[in-house]
Design a protein around this ligand. Sequence first.
Ligand code: LLP
Length: 419
Amino acid sequence: MHDFHYAGNELWCEDVPVAEIAGKTGTPFYLYSHRTLLNHYRTFDSAFGAIPHLVCFSVKSNSNIAILRIFAREGGGADIVSGGELYRALKAGVSPKRIVYSGVGKRIDEIEFALGSGILMFNVESSQELEQIDACAGRMRKKAGIAIRINPDVDPMTHPHISTGLKQNKFGIDIESSIREYRRARSLKNVNVIGVDCHIGSQLTDISPFIDALERLKELVRLLRGEGFQIRYLDIGGGLGITYNEEMPPHPEEYAKAIIENARDIDSTFILEPGRVIAGNAGILVSSVLYTKSNNEKNFVIVDAGMNDLIRPSLYSSYHAIQPVRKENREETVADIVGPICESGDFFAKGRLIPKLERGDLIAVMSAGAYGFSMSSNYNARPRAAEVMVKDGKYHVIRRREAYTDLTAKERIPAFLKK
Ligand code: LLP
């Protein structure tokens, strides 16, 4: 469900015509619906209402501080993977007591920042990291709350680049070795074992891999409790998929129901780390058609957004629906929708059946709210797009479009080149 819909021939975001915003801010820009974000968050959170739980929005999926603040105000936490994400979460007003920190490569300065901020727990991904966290906490005279990220070796049946819970993936520690690490953690003075964690992948459209992983985690929790560990938190990560095209992922309520049914015998607070399911369909990327051209083989529609703005099609061959912002009565055609970047991988759609587009037309690349702006770059020296949020009939720029001066703001010409 989302709040982008046609009224007459116009695409609207809630009760504001998308074209009106484009007229004011220029293109390309990301556009988010506040109502969709809030509904998605609340639906997800309340689906788990029957068990103690904490929803930690996955900051990597969309890290704009205005968006993070919406969830913080709802009492949500954050799943972070870097010092930068911690900085953003704190800046947005997320309580540090609701922040969990995953990632295989936490630097010492990042660990110190997190300890100093008083986050809830580190999801530890290696034996050496565990030692580092203990040492940092010792120096800072703090106790670090930790969970070990388990790699349960479950196939999430998703795109190989975004599956994380298989033995061949770099994430987490296998169950056998994790038992050794838990025992070792107990002997360390500056860490407090408080949880068990796992995240098996993203864009999952089936519940069974989640349940398989949960079964394995539960076994581990029982074993650890048998040894006297106090496992207060069971973090089952994020990963619930959304509809980009024809996928039929379980509704959050269905997902929660399955988890809750399997969680009855485990007395822990559940931590959930959803990203895509909250933000994905709450945002679109709006772009203008610059040119069209055809050769004997193909029709190309060249738009003013590029792979630097939305890299998902290039990186994962992901499908994003493309819709005209204004529906005109035009015949349909098959075309590649491409950006201005000097790479053949710079496309949003290939061989797509769409109503014929003309110069100046606006298009909406749908389902771009997660892993859209957050994965954008300045490649080809392109200033990053603006981000805009609609709420209650008004729109708000939540990140201004970058200017050329932003591109070079951090660069310096050394003295020897100034002469
Ligand atoms: N927790 C951890 C530890 C994660 O690594 C991730 C995502 C999440 C939670 C949130 O997963 P979600 O609920 O959004 O599926 N760039 C890729 C997705 C990469 C996901 C990385 N980890 C894409 O555009 O599809």
